[in-house]
Design a protein around this ligand. Sequence first.
Ligand SMILES: [Zn+2]
Ligand SMILES: [Zn+2]
Length: 276
Amino acid sequence: MIDSHNHTSFSEDCKIPLNEMIESAISKGIKHYTITDHLDLDYQDKRFTFSLDHQARREAIFKAQAFYKPKINIYYGLECGVQPHIIKEAEAVIQKEQFDFVIASMHTTHKKDLYTQAFYHGLKPLEAYKAYINEFAWCCEVMNEFSVVGHLDIVKRYDLSLNEVNLEDVKDEICQLLKIIIEKGKGIEINTSGFNDIFQHAFPHPTILKWYKELGGSIITLGSDAHFPEKIAQHYEEALNQIESCGFENITVFKHMKPFEIPISDVRASLKLDIL
Ligand SMILES: [Zn+2]
Ligand SMILES: [Zn+2]
């Protein structure tokens, strides 16, 4: 069992201590557990900083790695918020910390927050969708220090009118982003928190996952984006069905920024064991 996207109290928006999250992961039968707390440099909603105490966090995670071995493999990861003007600074941090895994996520566009909806003002849904994808593509073109792109189409979560956009109308932009990801040897994550909203799918939408496969994409990671213990490995059954229906046979896990694959059949088998 795998969960490659998790938060702890080192993230500004999570109150659950590291050990509590790990204990829950163990109880759910997780073997590969990646902690990806938020680092969002120059976050636009100034009520938050989304900064990290890297030293304290690194020490705590390394200690937990040793303590919980061999019950669970814990990986030192990061969810890095990307914006065009902070990429150099973010990459310096990533190189210094030598993470196992880095998710590049966009939580802002045009220097405006998605969560507070500031970004969407004055934009039609299709314009907003395209602007978000184009800025994400720009960042992925420039940035090298990441493993996968996080919750690729999360832009529709904070303004549901974007959920009405016909994906064919934004296909060119999305495929351009996917091509950059593939050419760089990076991947995309399947983020099962999508099922928590009105959406009947993980992020990204299965249509986008199909395009990724058709373009030659092969690296997909699987994560719940849990901020609470009970959310770890949420909605995996449905997510695995969608992943397999798009033609994928393996889930990728990263250690020392290097990918290794686990067959989906193995993930399914451990999921069943857990339910029993
Ligand atoms: Zn995120
Ligand atoms: Zn997250």
